[in-house]
Design a protein around this ligand. Structure first.
Ligand code: PLP
Length: 451
């Protein structure tokens, strides 16, 4: 029989386990436990094959900013598929969806970030960035400037290049990563690593590690620094206020290209179009993906400042993807930006959903298992701890408490993710105050069940 939503869950799970290798999963577990099968979604709610309605506190993977089930997006995709389902943007050809989307992104992006190089995902866009910044310096007659400085516990994707930029040890343990000339400094994670320092002094010290790294390798070796304005997959690590101004000062002083990875922070997540605006950063390049299309189509890109684009454009850049500026993905992303703009979703984040989410989230801080709760815009995290005052870690293996909490959330029809023993949230931006209250009820119940 055809494989449809009408087959029994166990049968679908068995087929899934037999043929489908999942990302970031111990695949042999699929046969024992069976993956949860998501069948449809609307607004902030997912539905599974067992008839449950699950509140998606993660907007899929930090991406479904406008929420699920928007008909206009489906219509635009269908229209574009009928008119021009594919054509490439290589070799002096282009098409209207790519032109219109690039223009719109340039209009929304701050400063002179006026040019877009399209990719199919955030990982691909960061691979582009590696090649672009090294090529930029080579074209400027400084080919030794090839080292890119990144941070431990950063996430920039899982391709060979972007996974090398990322600073997660488990990613580097497999597949021969990192590639040469990538250097990692420490992250500004005060809760876990600040010890007895006050947050501002700690933020400054962590930023100054960039200067130390530049001096250690030599200025003539450094191409760029890359960072997420707020680390997302690393656990929503919101840096102390002193951190970014110092990073900016150092990049300016040593003429280091600054790449802001906006894959999560972009398109309203922090209350502005880009996290760089919220955090006061002036990047030369921004990586975008996820919220660009609210996940309705795979698309990403690098938004590039005039000077870098001009240097790169002065010769042939031997780089690109078949699906760079894919017409259907571009048209869908453009429709997503229209919805964000015309429905004033950023105002909703700033005035309605943000304040309600902050109140709900900080309200959980009286729970005995909850240490710090932190949140900017619509991305937040909380530290699970057996002892708030000392910021103690659990005696169990790191991540066990987080995993338990995530499982209890899931059992209570709430998606929250854990990063070791930190719970993270990133709901659709269009979530309303009643749904946020429901989110809070389910989260508290899950925490109670872990206690
Ligand atoms: N950069 C950041 C900051 C991300 O969070 C992610 C994905 O989570 C990526 C890059 C990689 O994007 P993709 O999964 O679309 O390749």
């Amino acid at each position: 029989p055809a494989i449809t939503n009408h087959l029994p869950t166990a049968e679908l799970q068995a087929l899934d386990a037999a043929h489908h290798m999942h990302p970031f999963t111990t695949n042999k577990d699929l046969a024992d436990k069976g993956a949860r099968i998501i069948t449809r979604a609307k607004g902030v709610y997912l539905h599974d094959s067992e008839g449950n309605e699950i509140l998606d506190g993660m907007a899929g993977l930090w991406c479904v900013n406008i929420g699920y089930g928007r008909e206009e997006m489906a219509e635009v995709a269908a229209r574009q598929m009928r008119e021009l389902p594919f054509y490439n943007t290589f070799f002096m050809t282009t098409h209207v969806p790519a032109i219109a989307l690039a223009q719109k992104i340039a209009e929304l992006a701050p400063g002179d970030l006026n040019q877009v190089f399209f990719a199919g995902s955030g990982s691909e866009a960061n691979d582009t960035n590696i090649r672009m910044v090294r090529t930029y310096w080579a074209m400027k007659g400084k080919p030794t400037k090839s080292i890119i400085i990144s941070r431990k516990n950063a996430y920039h994707g899982s391709s060979v290049g972007s996974g090398s930029l990322g600073g997660m040890t488990p990613m580097h343990e497999q597949g021969g990563l990192p590639i040469p000339d990538i250097h990692h400094i420490n992250q500004p994670n005060w809760w876990a690593e600040g010890g007895g320092m006050d947050p501002d002094a700690f933020g400054l010290a962590r930023a100054q590690e960039l200067e130390q790294a530049i001096l250690e390798h030599g200025e003539d070796r450094i191409a760029a620094f890359i960072a997420e304005p707020i680390q997302g997959a690393g656990g929503v690590i919101i840096p102390p206020a002193t951190y970014w101004p110092e990073i900016q000062r150092i990049c300016d002083k040593y003429e280091i290209l600054l790449i802001a990875d906006e894959v999560i922070c972009g398109f309203g997540r922090t209350g502005n179009w880009f996290g760089s605006q919220t955090l006061g950063i002036k990047p030369h390049i921004m990586t975008i993906a996820k919220g660009l299309s609210s996940g309705y189509q795979p698309i990403g890109g690098s938004v590039v400042c005039d000077e870098v684009a001009e240097v790169i454009g002065s010769g042939e850049f031997n780089h690109g993807y078949t699906y760079s500026g894919h017409p259907v993905a571009s048209a869908v992303a453009l429709e997503n930006l229209r919805i964000l703009q015309e429905e004033h979703v950023l105002d909703h984040v700033r005035d309605v959903a943000g304040p309600a989410l902050h109140e709900m989230w900080h309200g959980l801080s009286d729970h005995p298992l909850v240490g710090e709760t932190t949140i900017v815009g619509m991305m937040g995290s909380l530290a699970l701890t057996p002892h708030k005052e000392s910021r103690a870690k659990f005696a169990m293996e790191a991540g066990t408490a987080g995993f338990m909490c995530r499982e209890r959330c899931f059992a209570n029809n709430l998606v929250m993710r854990h990063v070791y023993d930190r719970m993270v949230i990133s709901p659709p931006l269009i979530i309303n105050p009643d749904e946020i209250k429901e989110f809070g009820r389910r989260a508290r119940k899950a925490l109670d069940e872990c206690h």
